[in-house]
Design a protein around this ligand. Structure first.
Ligand code: PEP
Ligand code: MG
Length: 743
């Protein structure tokens, strides 16, 4: 009998046995031993305390069942569990790790094949076959036992769950994780895990031929998806490099080797999902062991393809519903996936690798979705459905919180909701300080979903519309018509209130998929943003045309990001003016502005103010370049402060120069949304602030509560006495709290 036929017959027999609800493991062991022509088949299950216990055997002494126990790492069984590797040994008893257990009576058996049993990355046990004759098992035999191990995962997991005290303690105890707050806020709810597919429920196929056809269809769908990705990459900056990367990926997708193995397993009786899942878990195992970065990339490609193939197999099946208030856990997360999850109703998100999630964080902020980054190992520690608390104010995630903590956080959540309700009344009130100084509070936006916030918080317009966000969300550049439709919607929603559209600001932490090659080693300071627009004028002009078309005769404001020289601004402005000549009707009024976020511009400010109709300080980038401190680096978060004497001096002088030149100035970095910073900016006479929508009402509340002349006096005294302090935040914060200013 060929091994393929053996495998098919074995799987079929096991399926029949397992279909009878409680087939004892010893019966399974007997069938496996018989079909694999081995004298012994033993099953070890992981028990609490990291111990592997012999739970069934055919061929060893029956009295060893329940008695023979090995710690993880102990003996060959423990070694296989510890490393996650299959062991194939012709002479097991002379292996240095062999641990003799007299009660088993295993002395006569020389050859041993041990395979770990895992599910969703969790170790559940080990299955072993043994033979008297010293021989190396054939590759196909190892393959068969590995497939059998997959089937065994189900009964072993059920056994672990059903046993009193048999639950893995590590998955029931509370766990506490510290991360970086990317979006503040609080969420309490069950965990959902991104990228974690439930283990396939149907492991064996009734009709292998039909299953092969399903697989072939899914492979075709997957390849078509990759072709589309490559076709869409033509519009990206550095399209050639991007295409090279994607072409390399396509080569891996075309590589018949791993697909043939998947098909072989389907031929042997596995369902297509189970066969692909096995390929994916093999790759994951291999990735653990490879250090070479090039090879890791290739292996990662295969893992990614296996994921795509699973998605293609599921195509058409609706995604399972998300429980209300769910908190999403992810290792990495792209913007499109985040939007997708948001649409399904998550209430918070925790990402392990924060830097890769840079653009997801921008979207989360836009959606006012509490988010933590840099939370190591959270995904592995959580099981879908576990209760979790995402405390974005303290930067912590608590998995399976004890009841008293749950109650405390629920109270905090209720208080928060009550405060938000009280603030909601402020939406209609004008933004004024207690002594009557008026403010213009605007929102930063980038997604159609955010437009409703304009009215909800009573904002005076959109002080920064980040045009790249919609493209990041879709994972590609939008064409002129798509862009024009989006921008027109934005202007419609603003209903006459000003909207400052910023041209594409891609690069840095905002990369379209597969565009990594664009930025070089230091993407924030690389070929990004307006630099790309000026070097690829066709791209920029298409966007400018879309903006002019969207205005359709209405007033239009456009600003350029990352301007480093006045010459760059003048060149960009010329492109816009040239486009205006081509579009009918032209906008009733065209205002052209510049972001101030590159320090060099501060020494060209007078000529910039002559050329620009308005300017807006991008404090996120300005701070990063002033202090040479990566804005995305968790280790530097909070190290340098906008409320530091040099930055306040700089902003004050900027505000004075702009006022003298009668050029409107605003500030649209994240700092504008901090109530305390907003108060300080007001003293510096920067009163047009653009912030994420969730911050508008809290800022309004703080402005309305503060006794401005008193605050100004405190700030001025502190600035005079500042000496060498790195920040004035501490004493200002203390003053605000003492005077009941909600900051
Ligand atoms: C900034 O840099 O402050 C800014 C508003 O732009 P972005 O955050 O999009 O870089
Ligand atoms: Mg910026």
């Amino acid at each position: 009998m060929t091994t393929g036929a053996m495998s098919r017959r074995l799987l079929a027999r096991l399926r029949d046995l397992m279909a009878r609800s409680a087939a004892p493991l010893s019966e399974l062991a007997a069938v496996i031993a018989a079909e694999m022509v081995s004298e012994v088949c033993s099953i070890y299950a992981l028990r609490p305390g990291e111990v592997l216990e012999l739970v069934a055997t055919h061929g060893l002494r029956p009295e060893a069942v329940g008695r023979t126990r090995l710690r993880i790492g102990e003996g060959l069984v423990g070694l296989s569990a510890a490393t996650g590797d299959t062991l194939n040994l012709p002479d097991a008893q002379n292996h240095p790790a062999f641990a003799y257990r007299p009660e088993t009576g295993e002395e006569p058996f020389a050859a041993l094949l041990a395979v770990p049993v895992r599910r969703a990355g969790r170790m559940l046990g080990v299955i072993v076959v043994q033979n008297r004759a010293a021989r190396l098992y054939a590759e196909d035999e190892a393959e068969t036992l590995e497939t059998v191990a997959m089937l065994l995962a189900e009964p072993l997991a059920a056994m672990a769950a059903n046993e009193p005290g048999g639950e893995d303690l590590a998955t029931t105890l509370p766990r506490h994780f510290v991360g970086t707050t990317l979006v503040a806020g609080l969420a309490i709810g069950p965990v959902v895990v991104h990228g974690l597919r439930p283990a396939p429920t149907r492991l064996l196929a009734d009709d292998p031929a039909r299953e092969q056809a399903r697989l072939a269809q899914a492979v075709a769908r997957m390849r078509h998806g990759i072709d589309q990705l490559i076709a869409a990459s033509g519009e990206l900056p550095a399209a050639a490099t991007t295409r090279d990367v994607l072409e390399a990926y396509r080569l891996v997708a075309e590589d018949a080797g791993w697909l043939r193995r998947v098909a072989g397993r389907v031929a042997a009786g596995l369902s297509a999902e189970a066969a692909v899942e096995r390929a994916a878990s093999e790759v994951r195992e291999r990735m653990r062991r490879i250090n070479d970065p090039y090879l890791r990339e290739r292996v990662a490609d295969i893992e990614d393809l296996a994921e795509r193939l699973l998605a293609a197999l599921e195509a058409g099946a609706p995604p399972p519903p998300v429980p209300p208030g769910a908190i999403l856990l992810a290792r990495r997360l792209g913007p499109a996936h985040l939007l997708d999850w948001h649409g399904r109703g998550i209430a918070g998100v925790v990402v392990e690798e924060a830097s890769a999630a840079g653009h997801a964080a921008i979207i989360a902020r836009a959606l006012a979705l509490p988010m933590l980054g840099g939370v190591r190992d959270a995904v592995a520690a959580a099981t879908a459905g576990d209760l979790a608390i995402l405390d974005g104010d303290e930067g912590q995630l608590i998995l399976r919180p004890p009841e008293d903590l749950q109650r405390a956080y629920l109270r905090a959540a209720r208080e928060r909701a009550a405060r938000a309700l009280a603030w909601a009344d402020l939406a209609q009130a004008p933004a004024r300080s207690r002594d009557g100084t008026p403010f213009r509070l605007m929102i930063n936006a980038g997604l159609a979903q955010e437009l409703a916030a304009l009215d909800r918080v009573g904002a005076e317009g959109i002080g920064l519309f980040r045009t790249e966000i919609a493209m990041l969300a879709r994972g590609r550049l939008l064409d002129v018509a798509e862009q024009a439709a989006l921008y027109a919607r934005v202007l419609d929603a603003a209903a006459g209130r000003p909207v400052l559209f910023r041209t594409l600001d891609l690069g840095g932490d905002k990369l379209l998929p597969d565009a990594d090659a664009v930025g070089g080693e230091n993407p924030a300071m690389g070929w990004r943003s307006l630099r790309v627009g000026l070097d690829r004028p066709a791209l920029l002009r298409r966007q400018l045309r879309a903006l002019l078309l969207a205005a359709g005769g209405r007033p239009l404001s456009v600003m350029f990001p990352m301007v480093a020289t006045v010459a760059e601004f003048v060149a960009a402005k010329a492109l816009l003016l040239a486009e205006r000549e081509r579009v009918r009707p032209p906008p009733a009024r065209l205002s052209i502005g510049s972001m101030i976020e590159v320090p060099a511009l501060l020494w060209q400010i007078d000529s910039l103010l002559e050329a620009a109709d308005f300017v807006s300080v991008g404090s996120n980038d300005l701070m990063q370049f002033l202090f040479a401190a990566d804005r995305g680096a968790p280790a530097l978060a909070g190290r340098y402060d906008i409320l530091s004497p040099p930055v306040l001096t700089l902003l004050e002088s900027l505000a004075r120069r702009a006022a003298a030149a009668r050029v409107p100035l605003s500030l649209c970095g994240e700092a504008a949304g901090e109530p305390l910073v907003a108060l300080v900016l007001a003293v510096l006479e920067i009163t047009t602030l653009s912030m994420n929508a969730a911050a508008v009402l809290p800022v309004k509340a703080a402005l309305a509560a503060a006794d401005f002349p008193a605050f100004r006096a405190v700030l001025e005294t502190l600035r005079r006495q500042a000496g060498d302090v790195a920040s004035l935040r501490g004493p200002l914060d203390a003053w605000a709290r003492e005077h009941d200013v909600p900051i």
